[in-house]
Design a protein around this ligand. Structure first.
Ligand code: SF4
Ligand code: SF4
Length: 248
């Protein structure tokens, strides 16, 4: 019988007999494949609750494991190891060590939300993936993902000035992630812009990158948003039992 989702089984737990004959039938090799039993004792019983307490994780308890999210997933189509259904299963059971085996690919969700539209239980798997990636970062299991670094730079510029300068967002993102500003796609885009737009317009764009414009009378809004962000960060830490420094 074929083993479904064989990629989810640890290779060391898949056993084959090189030479095996049962009642005169040769079942050597993959015909005799079986999954070795194992005992799990290191459950993290708080894991589902912690992820559910983060923004986006609220509906994780609704999942009934139908697999529609994984079936619809854009990233799963190119990498079968990217499996939202499986991760939700692990989280709900508290199998932290198993989840950590995939910690370096969970952040690869591209937020296309195909899973969200496919889900019959309104789990919002896209948001659960975000909450899970956030949980991994807050717990110190992974460094900040590029996606988080981009979000933080974008949000900090909005909070600071009440506006977004695309050039500045890109410049800060490349700097924070140690990437060169001369990305081939960026060079091609700028070259295209130079050909299509008047020089005065491009000069304005360049100046705005160095001296970003600000929304008038923004200070009160900035103070209110900053207070709200701090409240959210404190709530996240509380959900995970962390202190103000992010430690237990
Ligand atoms: S939002 Fe993420 S998890 Fe959902 S289908 Fe898209 S890539 Fe997959
Ligand atoms: S589609 Fe929804 S209910 Fe089905 S496995 Fe995915 S999250 Fe769970």
């Amino acid at each position: 019988m074929p083993i479904h989702e064989k990629s989810l089984i640890r290779p060391e737990n898949l056993v084959e007999h090189e030479h095996l004959v049962i009642e005169g039938v040769d079942v050597s090799g993959h015909w005799s494949t079986f999954i070795e039993g194992r005992s799990i004792t290191d459950y993290n019983e708080a894991m589902q609750e912690e992820i559910a307490a983060l923004p986006g994780g609220e509906n994780i308890h609704r999942c009934w494991q139908c697999g529609s999210c994984t079936n619809a997933c854009t990233v799963n189509a190119v990498n079968p190891e990217f499996n939202p259904r499986y991760w939700i299963y692990l989280i709900r059971l508290g199998m932290e060590e198993e989840l950590l085996r995939d910690k370096d690919i969970i952040w690869q969700c591209v937020s296309c939300n195909k899973c969200t539209y496919a889900c019959p239980r309104d789990v919002v798997p896209e948001a659960v993936m975000k909450a899970t990636a956030h949980w991994l970062e807050l717990k110190g299991h992974t460094p900040k993902s590029n996606s988080t670094i981009f979000d933080e730079g974008f949000a900090s510029q909005v909070i600071k000035t009440g506006k977004i300068e695309d050039g500045l967002v890109l410049r800060d993102y490349f700097k924070a992630t140690g990437q060169s500003l001369t990305q081939p796609w960026l060079v091609a885009m700028v070259t295209g812009l130079i050909k299509r737009f008047p020089v005065t317009y491009l000069m304005k764009l360049g100046i705005a990158t160095v001296f970003p414009d600000k929304t008038r009378k923004w200070s009160k809004s900035r103070a209110a948003i900053t207070e709200y962000v701090e409240e959210c960060e404190a709530a996240n830490r509380k959900a995970l039992g962390l202190d103000a420094k992010g430690t237990h």
